[in-house]
Design a protein around this ligand. Sequence first.
Ligand SMILES: *Cc1c(COP(=O)(O)O)cnc(C)c1O
Length: 374
Amino acid sequence: MTTRVWDYLPEYGQEKADLLDAVTTVFESGRLVLGESVRNFEAEFADHHGVAYCTGVDNGTNAITLALRALGIGPGDEVITVSNTAAPTVVAIVAAGAVPVFVDVREDDFLMDTGQVEAAVTARTRALLPVHLYGQCVDMAPLRRLADRHGLVVLEDCAQAHGARHHGRLAGSMGDAAAFSFYPTKVLGAYGDGGAVLTGDGGVDRALRQLRYYGMADDAYYVVRTPGHNSRLDEVQAEILRRKLRRLEGYIAGRRAVARRYAEGLGDLAGTEGLVLPSTAEGNEHVYYLYVVRHPRRNDILERLRAYDIALNVSYRWPVHTMSGFAHLGYTRGALPVTERLAEEIFSLPMYPSLPRSLQDKVIRALRDVLATL
Ligand SMILES: *Cc1c(COP(=O)(O)O)cnc(C)c1O
C-alpha cells in the first residue's frame, strides 16, 4: 500500500455517521446559505478562542484578503510577512491591493525572524502578517511592541495552527485579527473549502460581514457602498466544522502521537546523519500540521525513496519571492538566504491524526535504509 502524505478516508470511516448527520441537518433546515450552522459555528469558534467576533468565509486565502481590507489596508500599503509560507498568504496580500514585504526566517524553527522586522518598516508599512507555520506560533511579543510603536496592525495567518498555543494563548487570539483556513488537510479541516476571521474589534467584524456579502451595507438592504466579494462560508461545511471543532483536541493529540513516534524512530539519526527533526520554539505547544524534516541531500533522499513506494511532499519547494508571479516585487535569488536554503533541504513526512501505525513504521524503516546507504 502506497503511503500518502495526507488521507481523510480513515477519519471519514470513523466519523461517518456524525458527518452525514451534519449534511442532513443542513439539507433539512430549509436554509442553505448563511443559516443557523454558520451562525452557530461562528459563535462557537469565537468562544473557543476567547475572541469576541468570528466571521465565516469561503477559504483561507480570502480570509486574509478580507481581513486586510476590513483592517483598512489597500493599494500601496506595505504588509511585512515571510516568503517561507504557502503561496496563498502572499496571493491574498496582492489581492487586497497591498504590497508584500518579506523578511527571512530562523534556521531552527523556520518561523519569521522577528529581529528583522523593524529594518523592513517604511513610511508605507501598515501591517505585520506573521505565519504560524507547520503548527507552531511566531514569537508575538516583539511584533506587538513594534506594531504599537509604529502604529501598525497585526494579522495572524493561522491556516496551519488551529489549537496551537504560544505562552498559553491560542493562535488566533493574539493579533488585531486572525485568518483561518479549513481546507481539508488543515488541523481543523472541512470536507471542502472554508475559512474564518477572528477579531476583537466590532467595527472590523462588521466590515468583514459586508465584504463577504458583495459589500452590501448592513443598514440598507441590497445597497453596496464599498464593492466587496462573494466569500460566504458554506452552510454544510459550517455544520461539519461545528462537529469537528468538538474533536479538535483529539486530532491534535493524534498528531502529537505521530510526531512522537517519528522522534523515537528517527531521533538517533538526527545530527549524526545530517537529518534535522522539527524543533519547538520556547513557549510553543506544537500541533504538527506538517512534520517537516531537513537534510542537505534532500533531493538524493527523495530520489532513493521512490523505490519504497512512499509519498513525500516538499512544503515549500519554491520560495514565494522567487516565483515569476511575484517578479514585480523586485526580489532576486539571494535576498532571503535561509528561506532559499530551506527550500532545497526540507521535506515532509506523512502526517495526519489517523495515520496507520504500520504506514508510519514503513516510512521510518525506509528513511533509515536510505540514510544508511546515502
Ligand atoms: C492553506 C493556507 C492558506 C490558504 O488557505 P485556503 O483555504 O487554501 O485558501 C493560507 N496560508 C497558509 C499558511 C496556508 O497553509
